[in-house]
Design a binder for this molecule. Structure first.
Ligand code: B3K
Ligand code: ZN
Length: 853
């Protein structure tokens, strides 16, 4: 296989300062004419190399004269004598046959593009690498009735009618950009518009483009966009720079959204929201993704990446920025809890498995496989640690310096870290290991107390586990926020400290500690590490009631639950008393807000419990977790009813308080159902029917689908018929069943794959069934290997259509080392079967072969 290495980077031999693109759009056969102005970059006699993929080359001219194409591997090689030339190409493409959804493709009557990372080469011959910054002029021609709206990057400069019912539009983007940020959209679209005046007085016209029936579902996204634009001015001093900002929603999209300059293209699930069809989770995700793509205008577009090894430069930073934004819109504590939960659910397992890679990888076969939780979420944590160590003010100075220094260029991770150092005076030499070493560091923390001399000693020891290609690791720089509380008085024994652990071991001495201290460590999740503090249940219960850091409080109760569950699985039994008491106290604490309570009282997921064990026993984990759930449900039956009633929101409102109430209501409903109370299904069904919003409706449906209640099938039918014309809600219908914790889920999922509404051609639908099922630990690992065989069949079929989306679903099968011999063998068998398919894509080959190693 082709391997691309970071160390092989060389600056481009030729630059392309200007590009004119002319599209004659047609779904069956689109003609693209490109005129590239190229300039020799430095003294050399290398040819110009252009990338192309699946293009039918119709013409090639150099300085106006036709030439015969010469190919060097997949590239077009053009020998040029002078220092500046004009290259013209003409190619044909078939957007309607593009099932990969990379390059120019058709989606629900629209034509649209996706170019990141290497899709532009599927549109025209071009040096498709992010360090070539080009000014684009684009002319689009299309049938006017079918494609009345024609959009591209930058500002509109001309439009008009042509013969034969056709029309044209011309767009000019004044900002030189890498090819991965190119976009066009053609279609029958309507816009939800508003104006925005930037703080320096630029008037920007904002528009969200959708098909007419969806227009009523765009207010939330548009409002989020305005809020994000204002926030970036206030918090990062970053202003928008064009006269228009367009967003288009499309139904077929490989991931969430794309930050093309001035023309963001979104998966419709991250734009469309109304109370009847979107949950609170969806509303939050819409706002977060709209903000994320908008923030890329600076962190990604104005300053872009030199090469794809630097991907986290834009993604890690932009994720941090969207997390900070979302925290500012609601409860920062709950946002932090959610972010850490998803880091642990997606990134920690990645770091612990065969696909582990550093935040700045050293090599790849297919870059699409590196849009990972490590690049995004761990990358965000790494920058968050700099924020923690430098403080908000110095961090902002570092960010300003970074933007000023590198505006209009393609930069590196090293440039970012150096700007932070130069602006703050901090030494981040050792800290850089976070970019080069993979694996989640572990910290052992041991607190001892000598009442006689009033001293407490905290010994810390860190280790970073080996990962593929990195057997030995150096100690990292870990910022740990630490505080001690008195076990009797519940008072803090000293102010919080920010300890920077740099060596393998360290000892911190606290003076004047007269009462027994309780350790609160990694508060706010200040470092993305696994802390093993071995605290007894009593200390965790204490912290869950008294810690003044909300994250630490959440963490304490979750650790208590986790310890109890792991003990239950490994020892066959565990005392539930401490968990029940802690949950009772949390539920009854009037000072806590509902959203926090809902997060805190939810048991760790089956897969997170599995992640704690060297050998995962999915059935035992399910049994032990269900037993604790039932015990909690029955012991606190009255409390759950009270919480359920108390969290009754009257009419739908999207506010932090109303969201929190709905969340607690759904979590409580889950416990009411788990108690086995005879009236529980009726309560759930009543909520299902009476709900005036999707959060309550789907919450009730989930509770029913997870149960054996008779009305579960009726609820599923009602839901299906009510929303049968809404693809995004049907996705929920599929995923709710694929995630079900009850018996028989595998059979149901196999059946659903035959359903008339199931298709692998739509990535959202494929993920809703196959993706959701593969993270349902118990069902996916059903004894006999049927889950693995099912997923392998689906991935083999999907790879033929859409390799990128298929390859994303491989990691579940790659966890075979953590399962018993029989399961491991069946998982490997499934991987080997995929690998043996003739014509397997590069995307799948890389993921599957690495998973087998
Ligand atoms: N930059 C895009 C992701 C592109 C993924 C390509 N495989 C969206 C984002 O992160 O904002
Ligand atoms: Zn991004």
């Amino acid at each position: 296989p082709r391997v691309v290495r970071r160390g092989d980077y060389a600056p481009p031999a030729w630059l392309v300062p200007d590009l004119a693109l002319h599209f004659t759009l047609d779904p069956a056969r689109t003609i693209v004419r490109a005129t590239l102005k190229v300039e020799r970059n430095g003294a050399h006699d290398l040819p110009l190399l252009l990338d192309g993929d699946g293009l039918e080359l119709l013409a090639l001219r150099v300085d106006g004269a036709a030439v015969d194409p010469v190919f060097a591997g997949e590239q077009l090689s053009i020998a040029l004598a002078g220092d500046a030339h004009e290259i013209e190409t003409e190619v044909a493409l078939a957007p309607e046959r593009n099932t990969q959804l990379m390059g120019l493709y058709a989606s629900g009557g629209l034509l649209c593009t996706q170019c990141e990372a290497e899709g532009f080469r599927r549109i025209t011959w071009f040096p498709d690498r992010p360090d070539i910054l080009t000014r684009y002029r684009v002319r689009l021609e299309a049938d006017k009735a079918r494609y009345p709206i024609l959009l591209s990057n930058g500002d509109p400069v001309a439009s008009g009618d042509l013969a034969g019912g056709r029309h044209f539009a011309e767009w000019h983007d004044p900002f030189p950009k890498p090819s991965y940020l190119f976009a066009l959209v053609a279609g029958d679209l309507v816009a939800n518009r508003t104006g925005f005046v930037t703080r320096s007085g630029r008037e920007v016209s904002l528009a969200i483009w959708v098909r007419a029936p969806d227009l009523a579902k765009t207010d939330h996204a548009l409002h989020a966009l305005e809020t994000a634009m204002r926030w970036d001015e206030q918090v990062y001093g970053r202003e928008y720079d064009l006269d228009v900002f367009n967003i288009v929603a499309v139904d077929d999209f490989n991931f969430g959204a794309m930050e093309n300059k001035g023309l963001n293209i979104f998966n419709s699930r991250y734009i469309l929201a109304d109370p009847d069809t979107a949950t609170d989770y969806d509303y939050d995700a819409v706002a977060a993704v709209v903000a994320h793509e908008y923030f890329h205008n600076w962190s990604g577009n104005r300053v872009t990446c030199r090469d794809w090894f630097q991907l986290s430069l834009k993604e890690g930073f932009t994720v941090l920025r969207d997390q900070q934004f979302s925290a500012d819109q609601g409860s920062p504590a709950v946002k932090r809890i959610e972010d850490v939960r998803s880091l642990r659910a997606a990134q920690f397992p990645e770091d612990a498995g065969p696909l582990a890679h550093p935040v700045r990888p050293d090599e790849y076969q297919e870059i699409s496989n590196f849009y990972t939780a490590t690049i995004y979420n761990k990358g965000a944590e790494v920058i968050r640690m700099m924020h923690t160590m430098l403080g908000a003010e110095r961090f902002r100075q570092g960010a300003d310096l970074y933007f000023d220094r590198h505006d209009g260029t393609a930069a590196t991770v090293e440039d970012f870290v150096r700007a932070m150092e130069d602006a703050s005076g901090a030494d981040l030499a050792q800290f850089r290991l976070w970019y080069s070493q993979a694996g989640t560091p572990r910290v052992q923390a041991l607190l001892s107390h000598e009442p006689g001399d009033g001293r407490a000693r905290l010994s810390l020891r860190q280790s970073v586990p080996p990962t593929p290609g990195q057997p030995v690791k150096q100690p990292m720089a870990l910022p740990l926020r630490i505080k001690l509380f008195g076990a009797e008085t519940a008072a803090p024994l000293a102010a919080e400290q920010l300890v920077e652990l740099r060596d393998e071991t360290a000892e911190i001495v606290f003076e004047g500690v007269s009462e027994r201290p309780v350790l609160s460590i990694n508060r706010g999740f200040s470092a993305p590490v696994i802390v093993d503090a071995n605290r007894p249940a009593a200390d965790l219960a204490f912290l869950s009631a008294h810690d003044d850091d909300p994250f630490a409080r959440y963490e304490a109760i979750q650790q208590l639950m986790l310890d109890t569950l792991v003990l239950g699985v490994t020892q066959g039994r565990a005392d539930h008393g401490a968990v029940i008491a802690a949950v009772r106290a949390t539920l009854r604490d009037r000072a806590l807000d509902a959203a926090f309570i809902a997060e805190a009282v939810l048991l760790p997921s089956e897969s997170f419990i599995g992640d704690q064990m060297a050998m995962v026993d999915p059935e035992a984990i399910h049994r032990v977790r269900e037993a604790l759930r039932r015990d909690l449900a029955q012991s606190l039956a009255a409390d759950w009813r009270a919480a359920y009633e108390g969290a009754h929101a009257n009419r739908f409102e999207y506010s932090p308080a109303a969201k929190g109430a709905r969340r607690l209501r759904t979590v409580s409903l889950g416990y009411v159902m788990a108690s086995g109370a005879p009236d529980a299904p009726e309560i759930a069904f009543a909520q299902f029917e009476a709900a005036d919003n999707m959060t309550d409706r789907q919450g009730a449906l989930t509770a029913l689908v997870n149960s054996d209640a008779d009305c579960r099938e009726a609820a599923l039918d009602i839901f299906y018929h009510r929303y049968s014309d809404n693809a995004l809600v049907l996705d929920k219908w599929f995923s709710t069943q694929a995630l079900a914790t009850r018996d028989g889920t595998l059979d149901r999922v196999i059946e659903l794959a035959q359903h008339r509404d199931f298709t692998l051609a739509n990535p959202n639908r494929a993920r809703a069934l196959v993706g959701a099922f593969s993270v349902n630990q118990r069902a996916f690992h059903t004894a006999g290997g049927g889950g693995y065989a099912f997923v392998a069949d689906q991935l083999i079929a999907l790879d033929k259509l859409n390799p990128q989306t298929a390859a994303k679903l491989v990691p579940a099968l790659g966890r075979w080392r953590r399962f018993d011999a029989e399961r491991a063998q069946a998982m490997r068998g499934a991987l080997e079967r995929i690998l043996a398919v003739p014509g397997i894509s590069r995307d799948m080959f890389e993921q599957v072969s690495k998973s087998l190693e």
